[in-house]
Design a protein around this ligand. Structure first.
Ligand code: GLC
Length: 567
C-alpha cells in the first residue's frame, strides 16, 4: 500500500503526553498551566519530541480532571487564557513541533450549556443531544448497565422524570451520536481548534459513541457483564468516524489517535488502516490488563509475562498484516506506572526503565511517552486514602469495602491500581515541591523526588533521559524500526522478551530480560543461520555498563536490554 509521504511523517515521530494539571505551575495556585508548558518546550524539543499531546484544558468543573467538558471552545482559567494558548501554538511552531489536543465527545459535563438546556423539558431543542429513557416499570433504572467508575450508568433527572445515560461519572452525560446535530457540533468544535493550528487530535473513549438503540439488559454471558458489549465498537461507530474524517481529519491533514476501550484487533485495523479514512492510529489496553485477576481491574495478581508478550505479538503482527497502525505506550494518566508494575522501581530502577523503553520503542507504531516516564518516575508512596484525588479511586475505595474488603485491604488495591499513581506532579529538580509549584501542589508528590528529577537526569550522560533521547532519534534514523516485519524470537522464554524487525536489507533485534535474575538467551538455529551468522552487527542501544558480547547465546544481567542491527 502506498501512502503519500506527507501523511507518513508521524510514523517516525514520538508523542509526548502532557497532563497539564501536574506538569508545571507558574501561577502558584498548585496546579500546572499553559505558561508552565511553554516554559518547558525547550526541554521537550531537546528530547526529540515532534508532537505534544495536551490533555483537556477546556472549561470544566474538573470532576474528572477535565474529561468533563463544560465548554469546548474556552480555556479553563485554571490553565490560563486563550492568549496563552495562542502563545503556545506560536512557540511550538518556532520549534517545528505540533500540538495534539484531547477531544472528549462521548460525553460532556452536565454543566455544559447543552445539558443545562436539555434537562429543562422534553421539548427543549437540546433534549436530543443526550440519551434519555423512561424509568423501568418499577420506577428503577432503565437497564442494568454499569458506569465505568462504579454504580449504575443511569442518573435520574427530577424535572422531566427520566433517566440520562452516564457511562463514566454521574456528571459526564453521554452525548447522543444518533442525532445528526450532535455530530455536526463535534465536527464544528474540532474545526475551531484545527483553525487555531492544532495538528492532531486524541479522541477520548471514541469507540463507545454508538450505542445499541434497544438498550438491552446485559445477561452477563460475556465478562464483565456490565453492558459494554452493547456500546463498545457499536454498529455505527465506523460510519461516524468516517464522517469526521471527511469533514475534519482529511481536509486539515491531521494526525489522529482514537482511544479504544475494550476493543478488538479487527476493529482497530479498520479504525487505523489509511484506506479506511478513519484514524491515523489507535490505543488499545489489552497489554495493560495482564495483571487483572479474572479480568477485573480491582482484583490484584502478579502480571502474566507470557500473556503480555503474546499480546504485543498479536497486535504487532495483526496490525502489520492488515495495514493498521498502533499507538505504542506503557504509561498514561489512567495507568499506574509501568516501571512499578512490570519491572523494578527500586534497586534496578534505571535498568528497568531503560529496558521497558527499549522493548517498546523497537516495535512498529508511534510511541507515546507519558510525562515522568523518561526519568523513571515510579508509583508514589501512598499512606492514606485521603491522599487520593481521583474520582474513580475514591468511588472504588467505598465499593470495595461494600464488597467485603477491610479498609486496609481496599487501600492496598487502590495503591496499586489508582490512576493517581501517574498523576502526581512532575519532578523537575530537588527544590521544594520538585520545582513544580511555589504553592501547595493539588496532589502530593512522590517522596523520592530529591533523587528522581529532571535536573539530576540531565547532569548524567548515562541517564534514563538520555536513553529515551537516543531511542527517539533511532526511530528517525533507522527505517527498519518503522517498516520491519515483526517476528517474535523468544519461544516462551520465562524471563526474556525477544523479537526481530525484518526488512530485505536489515534485521533489528531487541532482547530484554524482564527479571531481576541473570539469565541467558539463545537464538533459534534457523533464525541464527538465515539472519545473523557471519554478518555485521552493530549495537544500537543497551542499558549495561559493559557491552554484551554478541553471539548465538547471550548472557543477560538483571533487566538487561539491547537493540542490535544487522545489515
Ligand atoms: C478516558 C480518559 C480518562 C477519563 C475517561 C472518561 O479513558 O483517558 O481519564 O476518565 O476517558 O472521559
Amino acid at each position: 500500500m502506498v501512502i503519500a509521504p506527507e501523511e507518513q511523517w508521524w510514523r517516525k515521530s514520538t508523542v509526548y503526553q502532557v497532563y497539564p494539571k501536574s506538569f508545571k505551575d507558574t501561577s502558584g495556585n498548585g496546579t500546572g498551566d499553559i505558561k508552565g508548558l511553554i516554559g518547558k518546550l525547550d526541554y521537550l524539543q531537546e528530547l526529540g519530541i515532534d508532537i505534544v499531546w495536551l490533555q483537556p484544558i477546556y472549561v470544566s468543573p474538573q470532576n474528572d480532571n477535565g474529561y468533563d467538558v463544560a465548554d469546548y471552545r474556552r480555556i479553563d482559567p485554571n490553565f490560563g487564557t486563550m492568549e496563552d494558548f495562542e502563545e503556545l501554538m506560536k512557540e511550538l511552531k518556532k520549534r517545528g513541533m505540533h500540538l495534539m489536543t484531547d477531544i472528549v465527545v462521548n460525553h460532556s459535563s452536565t454543566e455544559h450549556q447543552w445539558f443545562q438546556e436539555a434537562k429543562k423539558s422534553k421539548e427543549n431543542p437540546y433534549r436530543n443531544y443526550y440519551i434519555w429513557r423512561d424509568p423501568a416499570p418499577d420506577g428503577g433504572v432503565p437497564n442494568n448497565w454499569q458506569s465505568k467508575f462504579g454504580g449504575s450508568a443511569w442518573q435520574f433527572e427530577e424535572t422531566t422524570g427520566q433517566y440520562f445515560l452516564t457511562l463514566f461519572d454521574k456528571t459526564q452525560a453521554d452525548l447522543n451520536w444518533e442525532y445528526e446535530k450532535v455530530r455536526q457540533e463535534v465536527a464544528d468544535l474540532m474545526i475551531f481548534w484545527a483553525e487555531k493550528g492544532v495538528k492532531g487530535f486524541r479522541m477520548d473513549v471514541i469507540n463507545l459513541i454508538s450505542k445499541d438503540q434497544n438498550f438491552p439488559d446485559d445477561d452477563g454471558s460475556i465478562a464483565p457483564g456490565d453492558g459494554r458489549k452493547f456500546y463498545t465498537d457499536g454498529s455505527r461507530v465506523h460510519e461516524y468516524i468516517k464522517e469526521l474524517y471527511a469533514k475534519v481529519f482529511g481536509p486539515y491533514n491531521l494526525v489522529t489517535v482514537g482511544e479504544m476501550s475494550s476493543t478488538t484487533l479487527e476493529h482497530c485495523i479498520r479504525y487505523s488502516n489509511p484506506q479506511e479514512k478513519e484514524f491515523s492510529m489507535t490505543f488499545n489496553f489489552h497489554h495493560l490488563k495482564v495483571d487483572y485477576k479474572n479480568g477485573q481491574k480491582w482484583e490484584l495478581k502478579p502480571y502474566d509475562f507470557e500473556e503480555l508478550k503474546g499480546l504485543f505479538s498479536k497486535w504487532q503482527t495483526g496490525m502489520q498484516r492488515a495495514g493498521g497502525w498502533n499507538a505504542l505506550f506503557w504509561n498514561n494518566h489512567d495507568q499506574p506506572r509501568a516501571l512499578s508494575r512490570f519491572a523494578n522501581d527500586g534497586e534496578y530502577r534505571s535498568e528497568s526503565a531503560k529496558m521497558l523503553a527499549t522493548t517498546l520503542h523497537g516495535l512498529q507504531g508511534t510511541p507515546y511517552v507519558y510525562q515522568g516516564e523518561e526519568i523513571g518516575m515510579p508509583n508514589p508512596d501512598w499512606h492514606d486514602i485521603s491522599e487520593f484525588n481521583d474520582i474513580e479511586s475514591t468511588n472504588m475505595y467505598q465499593i470495595l469495602q461494600e464488597r467485603g474488603l477491610t479498609s486496609v485491604e481496599a487501600l492496598a488495591v487502590i495503591r496499586e491500581r489508582s490512576r493517581d499513581n501517574s498523576r502526581t506532579p512532575m519532578q523537575w529538580d530537588d527544590t521544594e515541591n520538585a520545582g513544580f509549584t511555589n504553592g501547595k501542589p493539588w496532589l502530593k508528590l512522590d517522596g523520592r523526588y530529591r533523587e528522581i528529577n529532571i535536573q539530576r537526569e540531565q547532569a548524567n550522560a548515562d541517564s534514563i533521559l538520555s536513553h529515551y533521547k537516543k531511542l527517539i532519534q533511532l526511530r528517525k534514523q533507522e527505517s527498519v524500526i518503522t517498516e520491519g516485519l515483526f517476528k517474535r524470537l523468544d519461544n516462551q522464554h520465562p524471563e526474556v522478551f525477544a523479537y526481530a524487525r525484518i526488512t530485505d536489507a536489515e534485521t533489528l533485534i531487541v532482547v530484554s530480560n524482564f527479571s531481576s535474575e541473570q539469565t541467558a538467551f539463545t537464538f533459534a538455529e534457523d533464525f541464527w543461520i538465515t539472519r545473523a551468522e557471519g554478518r555485521d552487527t552493530e549495537l544500537l542501544i543497551g542499558n549495561t555498563r559493559e557491552t554484551p558480547s554478541w553471539g548465538k547465546t547471550l548472557e543477560l544481567m538483571p533487566y538487561a536490554s539491547y537493540m542490535w542491527i544487522i545489515r
